[in-house]
Ligand binder design. Structure first.
Ligand code: PEP
Ligand code: MN
Length: 341
């Protein structure tokens, strides 16, 4: 249920309403827009049957939320959400570029890559310390050592960091180092994990599941929001189709569709979609032209030595050219690239 408050309502009426809703066992989420304050009352709405909500003081209108995703839908919050990551505003006018190696492997390599991507215009540094590998024999990531290196790279460059959390048991550890906690494609359906990150105060980036519909993906975001954490970024990274020429098929239509359905920012990862470095640039441009709020691109100082996803990783000089190309597209659609705090 969405309760729209009258413009200029009394603070006392708002407080009383929130108190009444909570006392009925509903969870209450407030959205203060430029023109209106909306109160989302989520839970078993049967408890509202005997409450004359529409005639309560300060209430202008009561609207049922028809979509299954209540908090992340546009119905609840018509204005776009900007997720502020230590001053880097994801979802605002400028496109933000998240870049870095697939996995954190080595101190020198990471620092070299981090400085290079910063130079090229990236505003967030990515790198995995816990890697979801298809084979148990493949490199699994450096764990906490990797997180320490990532923190050192943040210190050296000033770039906030994005890193993946795979297991609820590592939540405290990963949240200690991460500026944005990444939920990988394979864990998009891990509801326990989603609830865990819903209790964090850090932003969460949720990648689209390998075969997830937009509705399923938005319901995963709803899991996070339902716990109170509304700082969510969605990341399209390609889906499984019959096509084998690319690692995944980038669903460009997901971007404008999500923009209609949700107020959350949407970024696109062309690296995991393509699975090959030479397709990253055109897919990145397509994503920005379609309205993406950012990109996540894998960059490695020496891709031929990478322990994970070398085929799709860009060398720093190529990455710099891609950012310049993307910036031209961004400007053509009324946006910009990489404003730093
Ligand atoms: C990654 O970002 O390195 C990764 C494993 O991505 P995904 O979860 O999209 O496969
Ligand atoms: Mn990867």
């Amino acid at each position: 249920m969405i309760i729209v408050l009258k413009p200029g309502h009394r603070e006392e009426d708002r407080r009383q309403l929130v108190h009444t809703l909570r006392a009925l066992g509903l969870s209450v989420h407030e959205s203060k827009g430029a023109k209106r304050t909306l109160i989302g009352a989520i839970g078993d709405e049967d408890v509202l049957r005997d409450l004359p909500l529409a005639s309560m003081p300060g209430v202008e209108q009561v609207i049922p939320i028809l979509k299954p995703y209540k908090l992340v839908g546009r119905e609840f919050k018509p204005d776009p959400t900007v997720v502020d990551v230590a001053g880097v505003r994801v979802g605002d006018r400028a496109i933000q570029v998240i870049a870095g190696p697939c996995s954190i492997e080595d101190r020198q390599l990471l620092l070299e890559t981090a400085h290079a991507i910063r130079e090229a215009g990236a505003t967030l540094l990515r790198g995995g310390a816990f890697k979801p590998r298809s084979s148990p024999y493949a490199f699994q990531g450096l764990g906490e050592k990797g997180l320490e290196l990532l923190a050192e790279a943040r210190e050296a460059t000033g770039l906030p960091v994005v890193t993946e959390l795979m297991d609820p048991r590592d939540t405290v550890l990963v949240a200690k180092y991460a500026d944005v906690v990444q939920i990988g494609a394979r864990n998009m359906h891990n509801f326990r994990l989603l609830k865990e990150v819903g209790n964090l105060t850090k932003p969460v980036l949720i990648k689209r599941g390998l075969a997830a519909t937009l509705k399923e993906w938005l319901m995963s975001a709803e899991y996070v929001a339902s716990q109170g954490n509304h700082r969510i970024i969605l990341c399209e990274r390609g889906i499984r189709t019959f096509e084998t020429a690319t690692r995944n098929t980038l669903d460009v239509s997901a971007v404008p569709l999500l923009k209609l359905e949700t107020h959350l920012p949407v970024v696109v990862d062309p690296s995991h979609a393509a699975g090959r470095y030479d397709l990253v640039e055109p897919l990145a441009k397509a994503a920005v032209a379609a309205g993406a709020d950012g990109l996540m691109i894998e960059v490695h100082a020496r891709p031929e030595e990478a322990l994970c996803d070398g085929n799709q990783s860009l060398k720093p000089d190529r990455f710099a050219r891609v950012v310049a190309e993307v910036a031209a597209v961004a400007r053509a659609v009324g946006r910009d690239v990489g404003e730093r705090p």
